[in-house]
Write a protein that binds this ligand. Sequence first.
Ligand SMILES: [Zn+2]
Length: 78
Amino acid sequence: MLIPVRCFTCGNLIADKYEDYQNKVRSGEDPAKGLDSLGINRYCCRRMLLTTVETIQQVIPFYEAIQRRHQEVQSELE
Ligand SMILES: [Zn+2]
């Protein structure tokens, strides 16, 4: 879902570097060099950024559908 704020293993703060990392990878930079330039050297922290999958855009439509249905039920009750 969202990137964890800290590394699960060592507790290093990683969430603040995720957007920079994403921008570097999207611009075509090698992910390993991007992680090095952000100062993420431990492999426990590197795996946090490498293995995160953003699913928020896939989940949002379900919440919108629930909200629409809730509004329909409310309007039927009134
Ligand atoms: Zn770590």
